[in-house]
Write a protein that binds this ligand. Sequence first.
Ligand SMILES: Nc1ncnc2c1ncn2[C@@H]1O[C@H](COP(=O)(O)OP(=O)(O)O)[C@@H](O)[C@H]1O
Ligand SMILES: [Mg+2]
Length: 319
Amino acid sequence: MNMSNGKLLVVGELNVDLILNQIHAFPQLGKETIADEMNVCLGSSSAIMAANSAALGVDTTFCGVVGDDDFGGFILRELERKSVNCARVKQIPGQKTGCTIVMSYGQDRANVTFPGAMHALTLHDIPFETPSAYQHLHVSSVFLQQGILRDIEQLLIRAKAAGMTTSLDLQWDPAEQWAFDYARCLPYVDVFMPNESELLALTGAESINSALEEIRPYLNTLALKMGSKGSMGVRGDQQMMAPAFEGKQFVDAIGAGDSFNAGFIRKYMTGAGLEECLREGNLMGALNTTAAGGTGAFDNRQQLSEHIQELWGIELSLP
Ligand SMILES: Nc1ncnc2c1ncn2[C@@H]1O[C@H](COP(=O)(O)OP(=O)(O)O)[C@@H](O)[C@H]1O
Ligand SMILES: [Mg+2]
């Protein structure tokens, strides 16, 4: 077993976000409309989780694919700027890097995603040597990555065989097929990290309680994200609610779930108990909402500690 080298491996999708703001009208076929503001930034849930883990001082390596185009180069530079190790990010010749066009209208956004190279990541790109160079494997956004979805059970089995602990955030399935065999796969997932709507959609249950009964036989630990209510933890016959930190200086909740994952997993990797992990997840989720996008509140370790101290009076001990 390899419980203490402190290295995190994140397997997931990569894309740029091209965000249009202050758009004069809704897009209409055959017409042209103007946006007064545009930003191009590092997108993808997995990248937010990885970047924010690194910001919290976790030694983080990303495993994913981009194309050999300008967007691919941009993503690699951004990840490296955020101290994420990119040795396992492949730039595939002839592939196009994934891109999400975000049309932002106040609180609401219409997104169009081109997955591009995302589908090209497979089981064979993931380092499973024994003993593993990594303590923990986090897999995210499975439905956006056909090459990963196809072999997800094998992937998790191999990660466990290599001595890693594992966590999984499926994220939403845009096709709403939910082709993830939880009865077979969850036994190899140490921490399962859905939000409420994803858990309901996956199980087809009417309520969270019946969804819990549905997955309980296969479950190790559940960290269920519940927005401004906080999170729920389930492990064996333990079930606990961890209240959210009061939303202060709220800007948006983009990436809150990914920041929750970063906080929870950082604690989990130190061997902390469930309650402490949930609390740290909630804290990072709440911090995430104080700045625009998923990584805005995590730019600088010193500043994020001070910000948490100022907003919630909590002293973080970061490396
Ligand atoms: N408005 C909010 N105020 C305080 N904490 C929040 C708020 N929204 C989200 N969080 C925190 O972030 C976590 C993840 O957010 P959530 O929206 O549930 O996940 P996801 O982004 O995956 O849908 C929540 O469990 C909670 O701890
Ligand atoms: Mg999420």
